[in-house]
Design a protein around this ligand. Structure first.
Ligand SMILES: Nc1ncnc2c1ncn2[C@@H]1O[C@H](COP(=O)(O)OP(=O)(O)OP(=O)(O)O)[C@@H](O)[C@H]1O
Ligand SMILES: [Mg+2]
Length: 259
């Protein structure tokens, strides 16, 4: 049985869908088989981030309504043979897919794939419950902004009421130039504050902002940051990307190492 990991957050718009898309690619590049499920029913963002919106024939709604088999709805990535996407149901109201039906689809995927990544919708209501219920592991995404960190704290509390055995933190959109000058919290400070294991730090990157994935934009630092996140998820390493490094002098790096 494959691992079922939900990517969630407290505050909306912090980068869950972007993290699912890029982490999915990075994991697939490491050789594992990956299925990404768009849990944002009624809105479709993951297929857009993965640039495969024009190839959708069936979606999760069709699978649940038995209009097609699960395999028919899966979209293979444009470049990677071991990466697949199950698109969200665009024209269905939120409530038409209940947690049981959603969970059954996720479980079926976990029988075929090494890792199932679930993209959780914004908010902590019905859609959150549906996306989190079938997962065994969670990655909580936040940005360094105080409002996002506060909402991540709330969600971490909420996750304790689910059957989740492991929770990790991804700090997205880190401005290394600011945290190097101590004008913003760095990823480790945020993880310490939230008392959760830091799995990844992703730098602010205009290219990702426009095109969605490092594969499309060729952003080298996001490539490195996401490969490091994938290694942490796979238990190969516990090192996260150092977003501040390009902005630090040799001596401040030396002091940091010693401290
Ligand atoms: N590292 C980054 N650098 C710059 N922009 C980013 C980065 N990560 C994500 N973004 C941008 O932030 C915006 C929100 O990202 P995304 O849609 O992934 O968030 P979300 O948490 O899934 O939102 P929602 O809660 O609405 O589902 C997008 O425009 C995306 O391109
Ligand atoms: Mg999203």
């Amino acid at each position: 049985m494959g691992r079922k990991i939900v990517v969630t957050s407290g505050k909306g718009g912090v980068g869950k869908t972007t993290v699912v898309a890029n982490l999915g690619i990075a994991l697939a590049l490491s050789g594992v088989t990956v299925a990404m499920v768009d849990g944002d029913i009624g809105l479709n963002n993951l297929d857009v981030a993965m640039s495969c919106e024009n190839r959708i024939i069936y979606d999760i709604g069709d699978v649940v309504q038995k209009k097609c088999r699960l395999k028919q709805a899966l979209i293979r990535d444009n470049h990677l043979d071991n990466l697949f996407l199950l698109p969200s149901a665009k024209y269905m109201p939120q409530e038409s897919i209940n947690p049981q039906a959603f969970g059954a689809v996720v479980n079926e995927l976990a029988r075929e794939f090494d890792i199932v990544l679930i993209d959780c919708p914004a908010g902590i209501e019905q859609g959150f419950h549906r996306a989190v219920s079938p997962a065994q592991e969670a990655l909580v995404v936040t940005t360094p902004h105080i409002s996002a960190v506060r909402d991540a704290d709330k969600v971490l509390g909420l996750l304790t009421t689910y059957n989740i055995s492991s929770v990790g933190l991804v700090v997205n959109r880190v401005r290394g130039d600011l945290s190097a000058k101590d004008t913003a919290m760095n990823a480790s400070d945020i993880a310490r504050l939230l008392r959760v294991e830091l799995k990844g730090a992703i730098p602010e990157d205009d290219k990702i902002g426009f095109a969605g994935t490092f594969a499309e934009t060729g952003s080298e630092r996001c490539y490195t940051a996401y490969r490091m996140l994938a290694d942490c998820v796979l238990g190969k390493s516990n090192r996260v990307y150092d977003c501040e490094r390009p902005y630090q002098s040799f001596f401040s790096r030396l002091l940091k190492k010693r401290g």
